[in-house]
Design a protein around this ligand. Structure first.
Ligand SMILES: [Zn+2]
Length: 363
């Protein structure tokens, strides 16, 4: 109990500190955003993989001092999985905090990559725009990475999973039994825990290969998750958002339980400040010993946090999977561009905050 008590005080200290940081950000973001609203109400056209590919390369050609595009490898069907870096001195590894935004682990959740693409365009086009000084500030002080379409095959097929043929739940059957692995269950984080607690983790739904939550025959069995893994292992990152739809809420590790991580005050503080911008619901962790029923095993968030201490969030955008109202899509993209700018600013202090958090705890 004493430990919890001290933990609570530590949290209070952080809440105060972080509120101050957030206020500073809020005051600096009241200028005109330089964006425009959408006039037409024709149904929104979500980018195809090829359209996204073409746009990314067009931006890189026009803004080569601020942006690179490179491939992390290919999907099962051979599509490049693009990673974009945005920064000043973009060709150099600088001593600046790294943040990562990802979209489309699930191919039918299309706003998740539109948000990333919109942000890329906004950043390169507003670098020299004095009405939004936060853009230049972010690019000058942060190394921003985006993997907008983790699952390009799923986007093209408009499916949740990727398109790999399955040979039974463990990959041993000679014939094809179904298609697709849920990439956000395929990361090597406590992947085998479901065998110990089968009912708790809805074992059949992640074991049966025709399930929408099938986790694959082994951890990191998929090209797409290995591409993300290798990128993350090779880069210094402190914060990450992975976009999904839908529900307008935010969750963070542990994704398989209601147990808080040692960084709970930091997770909570950043999450609360994100909700100040997007007005979503933040699911904080309780100190309950009862794990959340049906928690997610094998998620990118758990793996990013456990492997490298990255403060990794899932953001469930929108109130439906793929809204067709262009104003709705525009608003969600613009709002989360503001979220990204906030996170770039917050990234500047994350390591110091974490140091203080754990120093307070042990000292
Ligand atoms: Zn999803």
């Amino acid at each position: 109990m004493r430990r919890d008590h001290r933990f609570f005080h530590r949290g209070m200290l952080f809440a105060a500190l972080c509120s101050l940081l957030f206020l500073a950000f809020s005051f600096s973001t009241t200028a005109d955003r330089g964006g425009s609203s959408v006039e037409s109400l024709d149904p929104y056209h979500y980018h195809t993989y090829q359209e996204l590919t073409d746009e990314l390369h067009a931006y890189q050609a026009n803004y080569s001092s601020l942006m690179t595009v490179s491939s992390l490898g290919t999907s099962y069907e051979g599509r490049d999985i693009w990673v974009v870096k945005l920064s000043d001195n973009v060709d150099q590894q600088e001593d600046e905090p790294g943040v990562l935004f990802m979209g489309a682990h699930h191919g039918n959740e299309k706003p998740s990559y539109e948000v990333c693409l919109f942000f890329i365009r906004y950043m390169v086009e507003h670098y020299d725009n004095d009405t939004v000084p936060e853009v230049r500030e972010a690019l000058n002080t942060t190394q921003i990475y985006l993997i907008p379409m983790v699952n390009p095959d799923g986007v093209e097929a408009d499916t949740r999973k990727n398109c790999v043929p399955n040979h039974g739940p463990f990959g041993f059957k000679p014939t094809i039994t179904s298609y697709g692995v849920n990439l956000n269950r395929n990361y090597a984080d406590q992947w085998f825990l479901s065998y110990l607690l089968p009912v708790h983790y809805y074992l059949p739904f992640i074991l049966w290969d025709d399930s929408g939550n099938y986790r694959g025959p082994s951890p990191f069995s998929e090209n797409e998750t290995r591409a993300v893994r290798d990128f993350v292992l090779a880069h210094d990152l402190c914060l990450s958002l992975s976009y999904h739809t839908f529900g307008e809420f935010i969750v963070y590790p542990w994704m398989h339980s209601s147990q808080p991580t040692p960084d709970e005050p930091l997770f909570r503080s950043i999450g609360e400040n994100i909700t100040q911008i997007n007005h979503y619901t933040l699911y904080t962790k309780t100190w309950s010993m009862i794990p959340r029923l049906g928690g997610t095993l094998g998620s990118s968030e758990n793996w990013l946090y456990r492997e490298k201490g990255i403060l990794a969030y899932t953001v469930e955008l929108c109130t439906q999977r793929a809204p067709t109202n262009p104003q709705v899509v525009y608003n969600v993209c613009m709002t989360h561009t503001m979220v990204h700018l906030y996170l770039c600013q917050r990234a500047q202090t994350i390591e110091a905050e974490r140091h203080l958090l754990h120093q307070t705890f042990t000292g």
